[in-house]
Design a binder for this molecule. Structure first.
Ligand SMILES: *Cc1c(COP(=O)(O)O)cnc(C)c1O
Length: 401
């Protein structure tokens, strides 16, 4: 058998195969019919294919669907949620610039600023996301980018997102939202309400990053991130960095996401309903000082959640509790260890409920915003198990301590 005949085979499948899921398109190399086609093809547009890193039918399809999900026009895919944050920082910041990050932001975003960005001569400040005046006071002539998160990671305070965006607009600073929690379902990051500019203009962030690892994947088994924009020039600027950094995503992961997206809204809702039920139940427990869930009355930023998400009424299936200060950290660890259905692990949005205790004081800058609680914080990601079973699991673990 001559291997050449297996490699350059004349059979081509017929066109017109139509089925619920698209095929899996794997490529580093993409063939050109002739040298003229190779020379004239522009990798920056989606009129054709030039190399696996610059896109395949599967990645283009996923990009378009994610734009639909989040209300954007252009999308870039990267290998993780954190990579989408890093890509935006790399693309938009240079030596001498400053970036502002909410004090309660996703931790590795602050670590990147303290590590690589500082080494590149880019400075950063944390701001109090619940105080738009604090953000306004920190914006200076070197501020190029403001990160936003609604709600904050782990501590779940919901900011007045439109007010923060207005502050940035007033000084012409680019806004980047980590939209992993809202996921394109709880609110539209590109339409946060009427813009002061009037004439029917709508207020929105400049770009939205999303850890697709969470709800879009829904399986706890895929890592991916996206960067979505509505401005072609901004998109192109980030796309050039994307290309030069060599970011790409795996075809099988793209396929998994395309398979998970159709059920995402149903899953998001199911996680939400179960999480709120457990959060309310925990509110009444004597061991708990406060439940941090933006859709619950009395939670920090609840009114802002109500204003932005009230129409849909949706929230992610994620919340934290602060134990009473007289319950020592070792007993809170024992509580987490005693859980059987809630597994100990990072991330969220998958079928399995997860729990992680955090030492919040060590994650905050007291000069920016004081953390008012003395007790240990535990974050729950509610999965898709029967909610009565999860409640029984929590009750048994509380009894055990
Ligand atoms: C998980 C997460 C990320 C990072 O996503 P990875 O895919 O794990 O890198 C970023 N931001 C938020 C808010 C997250 O929850």
């Amino acid at each position: 058998m001559n291997p050449t005949h297996l490699i350059h085979h004349p059979y081509r499948p017929p066109d017109g195969f139509d089925a619920p899921q698209p095929g899996v398109f794997k490529a580093s190399t993409v063939f050109f019919p002739d040298v003229a086609a190779l020379r004239s093809r522009d990798w920056r547009n989606k009129q054709g294919y030039s190399y696996g890193l610059h896109g395949t039918p599967g990645s283009f399809m996923l990009e378009e669907r994610l734009c639909t999900l989040e209300g954007g026009r252009q999308c870039l895919l990267v290998p993780s949620g954190l990579a989408s944050i890093a890509l935006v920082d790399m693309a938009l910041l240079k030596s001498g610039d400053e970036v502002l990050i909410p004090d309660n932001a996703y931790g590795p975003s602050k670590a990147l600023a303290e590590g690589e960005l500082a080494a590149f001569g880019i400075t950063y400040q944390r701001y109090d996301p619940l105080n738009p005046q604090d953000l306004a006071a920190r914006i200076g002539p070197r501020t190029r980018l403001v990160w936003l998160e609604a709600p904050g990671s782990v501590t779940m305070e919901f900011p007045d997102l439109p007010a923060l965006v207005r502050v940035c607009r007033a000084s012409g600073v680019t806004t980047a939202l980590d939209n992993t929690w809202g996921a394109g379902i709880a609110f539209n990051p590109f339409d946060l309400g009427p813009d002061d500019a009037g004439q029917g203009a709508r207020l929105g962030v400049d770009l939205s990053v999303h850890a697709l690892t969470k709800y879009p994947s829904g399986g706890g088994d895929v890592l991916m991130g996206s960067v979505i924009t509505r401005d072609e020039a901004l998109h192109l600027r980030i796309k050039l960095t994307h290309m030069r950094m060599g970011y790409g995503v795996a075809a099988n992961d793209v396929e998994t996401l395309l398979r998970s997206l159709p059920s995402m809204a149903l899953r998001y809702h199911a996680h939400d309903v179960a999480a709120r039920r457990l959060a309310r139940w925990l509110q009444a427990r004597p061991e708990i000082a406060q439940v941090l869930h933006p859709a619950l009355e009395g939670a920090p930023g609840h009114a802002h959640w109500q204003a932005l998400c009230g129409a849909q009424g949706a929230a992610a299936g994620l919340f934290s509790v602060v134990f009473k200060a007289d319950i020592a950290p070792a007993r809170v660890d024992a509580f987490c260890d005693a859980l059987r259905l809630f597994r100990i692990g990072y991330s969220w949005g998958g079928p399995v409920s997860l729990v992680v205790p955090y030492d919040i004081a060590s994650m905050r800058d007291p000069a920016v915003a004081a953390w008012p609680h003395g007790g240990v914080l535990v974050r729950f990601s509610v999965g898709l198990e029967a909610v009565e079973d999860l409640q029984a699991d929590l009750a048994a673990a509380l009894r055990a301590i």
